[in-house]
Write a protein that binds this ligand. Structure first.
Ligand code: GDP
Length: 140
């Protein structure tokens, strides 16, 4: 199968605990290659736009507050079946439900402060990558 791309965010709970390298190592060990990466402070407008699909959910306001509570690292990951591969190493949304050896089981603090974001479909991956990166910032 050809290499595909997905979009990842190392969330503020992880950057605060200096886990950027540790999380990235788990992504790399899972067969994903970081082909773009930048540390940014998201604006409220960016966070609201990025999570617009969750606008009606009761935790939307808290989620936006959390995502702008500190720096994040946005990344493009490349690998065989990248979307599914990344979702597998991330683990379930709620760390209490996540499998052993996953990033969220290892590092997440709560269902909200769960250390990583990963696209849930090829289509969303394309949209999310374009939200944060120009094509010339991605070097495979
Ligand atoms: P994901 O695809 O596994 O990240 O999960 P979702 O798309 O369902 O949710 C997006 C993000 O919203 C999650 O990663 C969490 O940071 C947050 N979130 C999800 N469910 C809850 C919840 O019940 N309460 C709060 N406070 N945050 C949540």
């Amino acid at each position: 199968m050809a290499a595909t791309r997905t979009f990842s965010i190392i969330k503020p709970d992880a950057t605060r605990r200096n886990l950027t390298g540790a999380v990235t190592k788990m992504l790399e060990d899972a067969g994903l290659r970081v082909v773009a990466s930048k540390r940014i402070q998201m604006t409220r407008e960016q966070a609201e736009g990025f999570y617009a699909v969750h606008k009606e959910r009761p935790f939307f306001g808290e989620l936006v507050d959390f995502m702008i509570s500190g720096p994040v690292v946005v990344q493009v990951l490349e690998g065989e079946d990248a979307v599914a591969r990344n979702r597998k190493v991330m683990g379930a949304t709620n760390p209490a439900d996540a499998d052993e050896g996953t990033i969220r089981k290892t590092y997440a603090e709560s269902i909200e402060a769960n250390s990583v974001h990963g696209s849930d479909s090829e289509e969303n991956a394309k949209t999310e990558i374009a939200f944060f990166f120009d094509e010339d910032e991605i070097v495979g």
